[in-house]
Each structure stands twice: as structure tokens, then as C-alpha cells.
Design a protein around this ligand. Structure first.
Ligand code: DX5
Ligand code: ZN
Length: 226
């Protein structure tokens, strides 16, 4: 049964204090940290790349969940692996050769994730790509910026993927908060990314714990019915 993993998005952290923020989230109960890599081309925004990720690496034991919003995902695999990335999630919309890319990511010693944008149907990944990937990320906002509104219309995609792949990690990213966690957990997502919903909360530890409890309960209920 997939267990809950809560992955605070460092996009909402204080960028002048990345190591401190990473430590703070780990202490608050997050086992993963979500690192949004944007190239200003696949999405209209820029963040950081391997040098910054490698600078944060010695300061935390958290699992590095790298969301690659880049036009040429094959280009950064080795750099991110060397920087200490552990999950390398590429966008299916950004590659012609997903199977080759998955192989490259695995050979570099990382887990491979595949992401779909809100308007991309699950058919784009169902089959060999999903089977070979360790995680599927269903975007619940248009990638590029934090603080956007959760798109509940993406939930049927999560549900369909969960029914097809009962044991795989399924991640949701964008607009996750105490208001939107129930829909995501019930649809079957077990990896929860949240930037604003965690970093701007008064009590981030309580939010992380609530997310975990809701996801684990929903997964338990689902497995009972299979
Ligand atoms: C958006 C990023 C998200 C972002 C989510 O393109 O992929 O990871 O940080 O931020 P919130 O949780 O604020 O919607
Ligand atoms: Zn992200």
C-alpha cells in the first residue's frame, strides 16, 4: 500500500535561507522536499538548478524530489544526480523519448517520475512509461508559479491512475491545502506537494501531520475494497 509522503515545495520558502528552511521543514515532519527546477522556457519562470540543490544537500537528510519544468530534461540528469537529487520528475510534454529518458535517470542512480500538465490526458503516460516510472505527478495547476488555485477537475485523472496502478506513488502538485487535501487523498494521491499551504501556515507541522493522516486513512480504505 502506498504510504503518505509530504513534500513541501521550496518555491514558497525564504530563498535567502534555503538551508534553514529545508531543516525547518524536516523538523516539521516532512520526509521529502520538493525542488522546482524551471528553465524560463518550458515555463515562464526561472528558479534554480544543480548548483543550488547541491548547496542545500549537506544541510538536510530529506529526500530530494526534483520537479524538472525544463524543455530538455535529458540535459540535466547527470548534474541533478551529482547534486544529490533522488527523484527526477520530467514532463511528458517535454520529451520525444520518455523510455530512453527513464533509463538514463535510473542509470544515474535516481528514481524516475513522469509529470502531466492539467490539460494532458493520462493516455500520454499509461502503459510502458507509467509502468517503468517510479512515480506519476498529476499537476493540479499550470506549472510555473506557486499560489495558484487547485484544479479539482484533475481529480478524475488521479483516480483513474490509482485504479490502474494501486501500488505506485502518485503525486499531486499545486494549490494543496487543508481545503483541498480531502479531494486529493480520496482520489488516491499519496505524495502531496504544497508550497503556500505549508510554508504560509501558522503551524506547518500540524498541516503536514493532517495531510499524512488523511492520505494514509484514504489509502487504507481503498485497499480494504480491493
Ligand atoms: C508550480 C510548482 C509547485 C508550486 C506549488 O509550478 O510545480 O511545486 O510550488 O505551489 P503551491 O502549493 O503554492 O500551489
Ligand atoms: Zn512542483
Amino acid at each position: 500500500m502506498p504510504v503518505a509522503k509530504i513534500s513541501p515545495s521550496m518555491l514558497s520558502s525564504d530563498f535567502s535561507q534555503l538551508a534553514v528552511e529545508a531543516k525547518r521543514m524536516y523538523k516539521n515532519g516532512a520526509d521529502w522536499l520538493h525542488l522546482d527546477v524551471m528553465d524560463g522556457h518550458f515555463v515562464p519562470n526561472l528558479t534554480w538548478g544543480a548548483p543550488i540543490i547541491s548547496a542545500i544537500r549537506p544541510h538536510t537528510e530529506a529526500y530530494f524530489d526534483c520537479h524538472m519544468m525544463v524543455s530538455n530534461p535529458a540535459q540535466w540528469v547527470d548534474d541533478i544526480a551529482k547534486a544529490g537529487g533522488q527523484m527526477y520528475t520530467f514532463h511528458i510534454e517535454a520529451t520525444q523519448d520518455p523510455l530512453g529518458l527513464i533509463k538514463q535517470i535510473h542509470e544515474a542512480g535516481m528514481k524516475a517520475g513522469v509529470a502531466i500538465k492539467p490539460n494532458t490526458p493520462i493516455d500520454a503516460v499509461v502503459g510502458e512509461v507509467a509502468e517503468k516510472c517510479d512515480m506519476i505527478l498529476v499537476m493540479t495547476v499550470e506549472p510555473g508559479f506557486g499560489g495558484q488555485k487547485f484544479m479539482a477537475q484533475c481529480m478524475p485523472k488521479v483516480e483513474a491512475l490509482r485504479n490502474k496502478y494501486p501500488n505506485k506513488d502518485i503525486e499531486v502538485d499545486g494549490g494543496l491545502s487543508l481545503e483541498t487535501i480531502d479531494a486529493s487523498a480520496e482520489a488516491g494521491a499519496n505524495v502531496i506537494v504544497a508550497g503556500t499551504g505549508i510554508f504560509k501556515a501558522e503551524d506547518p507541522a500540524a498541516v503536514i501531520q493532517t495531510f499524512k493522516d488523511k492520505v494514509n486513512k484514504a489509502q487504507k480504505d481503498k485497499f480494504k475494497t480491493i
